[in-house]
Design a protein around this ligand. Structure first.
Ligand code: NAD
Length: 241
């Protein structure tokens, strides 16, 4: 079988780094894109393509994809993982906050898939994976734009599944609970916030980035062609769909 090539956005740290390293470990050829350089990710992957670009900028996305094709000759899988999730009382949320969160979390996956589609179609097979959030279902009141953006991403996932099915491309979303990353720790406060989330999960420990890897591998697997338009709720039983 042809070696599959994957683009992971937000690959410098956190979930994106975990995904990039895990996929490389399973033999995928990995390109990682982030606003910032990714020395830690690059140091853990042989033959890593490191792309520094802004997922909200069409020209930067196009240039980054050109580099992937130059290096690997093809692209099969896009993992839309880059995202921002600042917490703020609704009363203090500005239109600029709203627009930035929507642009990074919702518009950017559209821009990335739109730019990647000719390459996925040329490859004749593809997978799009959007990293959503169980916050869509728990709806924390200090994250109104975030919840709206990730709810939009789930809608995007559903409609896009039908649009891309003719090209043998599946589109799915993964919805984690609160995962122990440096950004999550800064956002919710390492102890209080994680303890609150743990209390409403069935699984009584904090979710780690590695807890999402098996689901990602399942979704991108050759054998998962009948799984599309779905949101896989990997949230330790904090919500039941
Ligand atoms: N950590 C959690 O608790 C959690 C829970 C549910 C969902 N998620 C989602 O998972 C994803 C990753 O979360 P994380 O905790 O690993 O975050 P993180 O902050 O550790 O990593 C996100 C990465 O995205 C990059 N990024 C942000 N804006 C970008 C842009 N415009 N262009 C390119 N790169 C950009 C950042 O530089 C960063 O390296 C996000 O979409 C987040 O909403 C996280």
């Amino acid at each position: 079988m042809e070696t599959r090539t994957v683009l992971v956005t937000g690959a410098a740290q956190g979930l994106g780094q975990e995904f990039a390293v895990a996929l490389a470990g399973r033999g995928y050829r990995v390109a990682g894109l982030d606003l910032v350089p990714q020395p830690e990710t690059a140091g853990r992957i042989l033959d890593y393509v490191e792309l520094v670009a802004d997922v909200t900028d069409e020209a930067q996305i196009a240039a980054a994809l050109d580099r992937v094709i130059d290096r690997f000759g093809t692209l099969h899988i896009v993992v839309n993982n880059a995202g921002v999730y600042p917490a703020k009382p609704f009363e203090e949320t500005t239109p600029e906050d709203w627009r930035r969160i929507m642009r990074v979390n919702l518009e950017a996956p559209f821009l990335v898939v739109r730019a990647a589609l000719p390459h996925l179609r040329a490859a004749g097979w593809g997978r799009v994976v959007n990293i959503a959030s169980a916050a869509v279902f728990t709806a924390p009141p200090t994250m109104v734009p975030y919840v709206a953006s990730k709810a939009g991403l789930i809608g995007f996932t559903r409609a896009l599944a039908g649009a891309l099915a003719p090209y043998d491309i599946t589109v799915n979303a993964i919805a984690p609970s609160m995962v122990r990353t440096a950004t999550a720790e800064r956002t919710v406060g390492a102890d209080g916030g994680f303890a609150q989330v743990r209390a409403r999960q069935a699984v009584g420990r904090t979710q780690e980035p590695s807890d999402l890897v098996s689901t990602l591998l399942y979704v991108v697997d050759e054998g998962s062609g009948f799984l599309t338009g779905q949101t896989l709720n990997v949230s330790g039983g904090s919500v039941y769909l």
